[in-house]
Design a protein around this ligand. Structure first.
Ligand SMILES: [Zn+2]
Length: 551
């Protein structure tokens, strides 16, 4: 008997140990390197980024990148040490100011550069960083950052960068934190002369070199975030059109592999449709002076600023599938619509910390249904966003961890989109809602923001206390239950499976009549007419409806 008890206890202990071990495996630990990458360190904070000239040679023969990045900065306060990020295995060869070599040492993915010359507040200085190496190859672009070295069907190199999350320092030395953007940037890319590079902004000129190479000089005349900077190298052909938009003429330029020209000319007719929908909902395209480009890439796609990359196979849907399973997802090319939506939410309004990535993805996911609504009607858009709820996991909070470069749950896409759709139902005034979306793009135009700023803006402009809505949908992983029962002509209801303070207004239908209620986590009751034993919750609200058994 005693032996059995001991045996049982041992089993229990083993189970506890196993559980603890598996919990530990799920608990992410952050390193000093994560803090250096994800926070505004003193070695970053003292200088304000003004301008980058990234000047590189890309060699397809040995998969190397080498060159310089000239960083022009303004001194905010005097400080002797500069943090420059460049990830292994890339190597910083030298750092100079006014041709004088500076001392530096490496700590993982960070270079600490000793600035010898006295830094005077307000002064503008330039540091030239010389670097090279074989940058990390992406195993799963664009989700895993790195360079993709592929060949097209004719055997020509087809090369591209993608580095959201991992960071631009994966392939070039920079201040790899989203809080600071250069005011403008020149990207010079030298490639074999049978190939072309397409980067961000406008093509200023092409220089032919004696060694059978060409340098493409692309100038970005607006602030640009790190991961937005990109190279796309291939045997491209070009076509273009001018879109008459809210701010006048917008140059739209398209670059695709030679063999895909006819398919692209057909598929990219959705670009003006996208621009019409998004200018209506969000306001003018945010980069008229840099133009809009859609560039074929050897992976699915990415929101590179004014140089949206495209690899959706010239088909509608997401690689031909409908993420909403309503049919509406096959009415448009997911990559053209979603990645271009990011020009407003990601490139113009940019998160300061990737923990707030919902500012990019929730609004852009939401933009898909606004596109559907603009072209196919309000009911269609609503069906699309509700259909996309099947992709929600409710696994972790949408907001990630601050200051360590850690994004939150993938629910930032569909759940975030559904949260915004829910807020629209609460406001119940489409004109006002559109005004708020356009207002966001006006008031945070070309700015780096925190998620909290966006929350506060929505609270202020709607005039509604949405605090518990944001706390529930962004900071908690659970989907709230709306619980109710009907007994003796009395409807009794509450929210459950949610934060204590959750009190989101809700629309319900009783006998076909719309009733506005504000459930709380404690029970409330209302009197019903005789014979009613069913109610319906407005499907525009993202809650789970549970009819509970009468006690
Ligand atoms: Zn996205």
């Amino acid at each position: 008997m005693k032996i059995t008890v001991i045996y049982k206890n041992t089993i229990a202990i083993i189970i506890v140990i196993l559980l603890t071990a598996s919990l530990d495996a799920q608990t992410v630990t952050f390193t000093h390197q994560d803090t250096l990458r994800g926070s505004v360190t003193p070695e970053r904070a003292w200088w304000d980024l003004k301008y980058y000239h990234l000047d590189i040679t890309v060699n397809p023969a040995d998969s190397t990148i080498k060159g310089t990045n000239t960083v022009t900065y303004k001194v905010i306060r005097p400080f002797g040490k500069m943090q420059i990020d460049l990830q292994e295995p890339m190597i910083l060869n030298s750092a100079t100011i006014d041709n004088r070599q500076l001392k530096f040492n490496r700590e993982g993915n960070v270079y600490w550069i000793e600035i010898e010359r006295k830094q005077i507040v307000g002064e503008i200085n330039s540091i030239v960083l010389s670097f090279g190496g074989k940058p990390k190859v992406s195993t799963r672009p664009p989700w895993v950052g790195g360079i993709t070295w592929k060949k097209d069907k004719n055997g020509n190199p087809f090369i591209a960068s993608a580095c959201q999350g991992d960071g631009a320092s994966l392939w070039w030395p920079c201040k790899d934190h989203m809080y600071d953007e250069p005011d403008s940037m020149l990207i010079s890319v030298n490639v074999p002369d049978n190939l072309m590079d397409v980067s961000n902004g406008r093509l200023r000129n092409v220089e032919s070199k004696p060694d059978k190479t060409k340098t493409y000089n692309w100038f970005v005349s607006n602030p640009i975030n790190n991961y937005g900077v990109n190279i796309n190298i291939g045997d491209y052909v070009h076509f273009s059109e001018v879109y008459k938009g809210e701010r006048g003429k917008l140059d739209c330029d398209y670059y695709v592999l030679r063999d895909n020209l006819e398919k692209a000319k057909e598929q990219f007719r959705q670009v003006p449709m996208m621009l019409a929908a998004f200018e209506y909902w969000f306001g003018p395209y945010p980069f008229y002076d840099d133009g809009y480009k859609l560039v074929e890439a050897p992976y699915l796609g990415m929101e590179h600023q004014s140089s949206v990359t495209y690899g959706n196979g010239f088909k509608n849907g997401y690689l031909g599938t409908d993420l909403s399973r309503t049919g509406w997802g096959l009415k448009f090319d997911f990559i053209i619509v979603h990645e271009s939506g990011h020009e407003w939410f990601a490139n113009s309004i940019t998160y300061k910390d990737v923990a707030d990535m919902w500012v990019h993805e929730s609004f852009t996911n939401y933009s898909e249904n606004l596109y559907v609504e603009y072209h196919y009607g309000k009911e269609a858009g609503s069906e699309y966003v509700i259909g996309c709820r099947r992709n929600i996991k409710n696994d972790r909070p949408i907001i990630g961890k601050y200051d360590v470069n850690k994004s939150g749950s993938g629910d930032m896409y569909y759940k975030g989109g559904s949260m915004l759709h829910t807020i629209r139902q609460i406001i119940n005034d489409d004109g006002k809602w559109r005004g708020i979306l356009r207002g966001l793009n006006r008031d945070f135009y070309h700015q780096v923001v925190t998620g909290e700023q966006i929350e506060n803006y929505l609270i202020e402009k709607t005039g509604m206390n949405l605090t518990s809505v944001f706390d529930q949908y962004l900071r908690d992983s659970r989907l709230p239950d709306f619980e109710y029962y009907i007994q003796d002509n009395l409807l009794t209801y509450r929210y459950n499976n949610c934060i204590e303070t959750f009190d989101m207004p809700l629309k319900i239908f009783i006998n076909g009549n719309v009733i506005d209620i504000t459930p709380k986590t404690t029970f409330s009751s209302m009197k019903l007419d005789d014979g009613i034993d069913e109610i319906k919750v407005d499907s525009g609200y993202y809650v789970n409806t549970v009819k509970i058994k009468v006690r």
